[in-house]
Design a protein around this ligand. Structure first.
Ligand code: FUB
Length: 344
């Protein structure tokens, strides 16, 4: 991912104009997956770290090694950092790049779902369990069978079914699985992507087993369609899926939200089934400072909140991000009001 043209930004002014401030400032955090467990908000973020790895379009400089869970008594309360909940050195199958995680609760056990590169350099998705929402989490010895790519998001439907959405293109490797098996890297991050006039790559969905440790089905495409019912095209960079899947349910409809990556929007699409198809419905968040945008949407006491990140605290260093939150509004027709992260 290319570095931002940050030299011209007045960060003091930008931070004054930001609609919200970092939830914690003593560490860098990103990719926040928020859940309410037992009346409290728990945030499962990536833990960004400084490193000397050169920037590239594979995101190699996103070299995270562990996860810290944050909790808040309410959206207005301070966020507490509960320390290291899982470290890559304790995951037998994983070598590096502990990217965007998510969590779920079932029958009093908490599950942390996380992507990491295995010892062959292939992103897989793992699971770790804990009796507490803040960990420490004990990892399974192997990744989820048939898992690949990045950014797991686990959605619990009202009927008790759990689904995992996942995938991300470029450094997230989704395009390397187009034929069903992994095509080795070496030809650059854009190799194996569809042409602009071909259908965009789809995020994936798979229902989870009762123990939440495996898929019950071969992952399926999550289709995002346009206003005419046609799948979004790969060249539709302002609207097509890049990474950062999330699903929430509002008034009986399923909202699939995601990042458009190289155009830096958070967008959403609405459907009638967890499997989709989802019809593109608009933007949730305009671009933030930093290349990536990644979020979750969570209800707390009848209000909805967007958890997101930006790189304003690090003055624009794209792999040193900070988690923030702001209220999110659905209008009377169920459309989400687009959020401007900085006031004019
Ligand atoms: O944090 C590493 C990667 O950056 C995530 O997996 C992506 O969604 C992007 O936010």
């Amino acid at each position: 991912m290319p570095e931002d043209p940050i030299h011209h930004i007045d960060f003091d002014k930008l931070n004054r104009n930001a609609i919200s401030q970092p939830l914690v400032k003593h560490i860098y955090t990103a990719d926040p997956s928020a859940h309410v467990f037992n009346g409290k908000i728990y945030i499962y973020p990536s833990h960004d770290i400084e490193n000397n790895i050169p920037f590239d379009d594979l995101g190699s400089h996103f070299a995270m090694e562990d996860y810290h869970i944050l909790s808040m008594d309410s959206p207005d309360s301070p966020a507490i950092d509960h320390g290291c909940a899982l470290h890559v050195k304790d995951v037998p199958w994983a070598e590096k790049q502990m990217w965007a995680p998510d969590a779920a609760e079932k029958n009093g056990t908490y599950y942390l779902f996380f992507p990491a590169k295995d010892h062959e350099g292939i992103f897989r998705i793992g699971v770790a369990k804990s009796a507490l929402p803040i960990g420490p989490f004990i990892p399974e010895p192997l990744p989820i069978p048939n898992s690949f790519s990045i950014d797991p998001a686990v959605f619990q439907d009202e009927d008790g079914a759990y689904y995992m959405y996942f995938g991300g293109i470029w450094g997230g490797q989704l395009q390397r699985w187009r034929t069903g098996s992994f095509k080795a890297e070496g030809e650059g991050p854009l190799a194996h992507l569809p042409q602009d006039n071909e259908q965009a790559l789809c995020p994936k969905i798979a229902r989870l087993s009762d123990d939440l440790l495996s898929f019950t089905e071969t992952p399926k495409d999550v289709l995002i369609i346009d206003e005419n019912g046609n799948p979004l095209l790969a060249g539709d960079n302002d609207r097509r899926f890049f990474e950062a899947s999330w699903v929430h349910k509002y008034n009986g409809k399923y909202y699939f939200s995601y990042s458009t990556g190289d155009t830096h929007f958070l967008c959403y699409a609405i459907g009638d089934s967890p499997y989709g198809p989802f019809r593109y419905a608009g933007k949730i968040l305009e671009p933030v400072v930093g290349w990536t945008s990644h979020h979750s949407i969570c209800a707390y006491e009848g209000k909805w909140y967007l958890f997101y990140h930006d790189s304003s605290l690090s003055k624009g260093v794209t792999h040193l991000r900070s988690v923030k939150l702001t209220e999110l509004f659905h209008d009377e027709n169920g459309y989400i009001q687009t959020i401007q992260p900085y006031k004019n």
